[in-house]
Design a protein around this ligand. Structure first.
Ligand SMILES: [Zn+2]
Length: 71
């Protein structure tokens, strides 16, 4: 009786881990943590990611700019 070689498992698609566009931190593999990441369309139509920490800072920046234009 010959043991048949098991067919190789199809390799899971290697998804490029997004990194924070500000601090370069790789996105958390944990799904819950990854949810806190913010995706943004950049000028070239690409998708850029911000880690929760940078997103918070970023939002503050935007609000700061908004405040200035509002006055
Ligand atoms: Zn970051």
């Amino acid at each position: 009786m010959t043991s048949q070689p098991t067919p190789p498992m199809p390799a899971p698609m290697p998804t490029p881990a997004p990194t924070c566009s500000r601090c370069g931190r790789p996105r958390d593999t944990d799904q819950l943590a990854a949810l806190a990441w913010v995706s943004e369309r950049d000028e070239r139509g690409g998708l850029s990611w911000l880690c929760p920490d940078c997103a918070r800072t970023h939002v503050r920046d935007i609000e700061g700019k908004l405040d200035q234009s509002w006055w």
